[in-house]
Ligand binder design. Structure first.
Ligand SMILES: Nc1nc2c(c(=O)[nH]1)N[C@H]1C(S)=C(S)[C@@H](COP(=O)(O)O)O[C@H]1N2
Ligand SMILES: [Mo]
Length: 209
């Protein structure tokens, strides 16, 4: 679960006991304090002058932000538990970035309600798909800081997607944009046999789970 710092849980969490932490680790997962790096290929290198983030696809008007545009967008600091399908979970990770709600403000989704999926695309060619509702309503961010520091390249810097309520393979590193589509289409791991949706609480690891 992700929550903003301003929300009520913060003080309470500081006094948390071990059993409460256990309840936050989904079935089949174990808690780690490490931050493993899992990448399907080499860490791409893109200059910030050439970097942009775009939202395009089956929508009336495309959106694009340069690095400096992106830095001017309102940011949020969020704390979230993350769950990798390789079975590690990491609690209370802290990220800063832009809510996807902010980015989608410029897309008239009400009059294009049949556009209900996205494919996140990245430098290096990685893709991952999810329903649009899963990145709306304060559930997902494009983050550029981890633990108060610029996001390290191996963890997805300059920016990555953060969708903490789904398995961490959905949190695309080096993300460069979203393609919004009417019909769902499988991304990199989803094509390779992983679950199309990936809810860690339902242990949706592989297709058919
Ligand atoms: N572009 C890109 N994003 C990616 C991946 C990848 O290989 N390429 N791996 C995914 C997987 S399987 C996981 S578990 C997390 C790992 O993020 P980390 O390396 O910061 O722990 O990134 C996800 N995002
Ligand atoms: Mo993963």
């Amino acid at each position: 679960m992700a929550e903003k710092f301003i929300s009520r849980g913060f003080v309470g969490r500081a006094r948390e006991v071990a059993s409460d932490r256990k309840d936050r680790v989904p079935p089949g997962q174990y808690e780690t304090t490490e931050f493993p790096v899992l990448s399907a290929g080499p860490t791409p290198n893109v200059s910030l002058e050439r970097w942009d983030f775009s939202i395009y696809g089956e929508i009336a008007e495309d959106l694009k932000w340069t690095w400096s545009d992106f830095q001017k967008l309102p940011s949020e600091t969020v704390r979230a538990d993350i769950h990798c399908v390789t079975k590690w979970s990491k609690l209370d990770t802290v990220w800063t970035g832009v809510s996807i709600d902010t980015l989608l403000q410029g897309v008239d989704l009400d009059s294009q309600s049949d556009v209900s999926y996205l494919v996140a695309f990245c430098d290096g060619g990685y893709t991952t798909n999810m329903p649009l509702v899963d990145v709306r309503g304060g559930k997902a961010w494009i983050v550029y800081e981890y633990d108060g520091r610029p996001l390290a390249p191996e963890h997805g810097g300059p920016v990555r997607l953060l969708v903490p309520h789904l398995y961490f393979w959905k949190s695309a590193k080096w993300v460069r944009g979203f393609k919004l589509v009417k019909d769902d289409r499988a991304g990199f791991w989803e094509t390779a046999g992983y679950h199309n949706y990936g809810d860690p609480w339902k242990e949706q690891r592989y297709a058919g789970d």
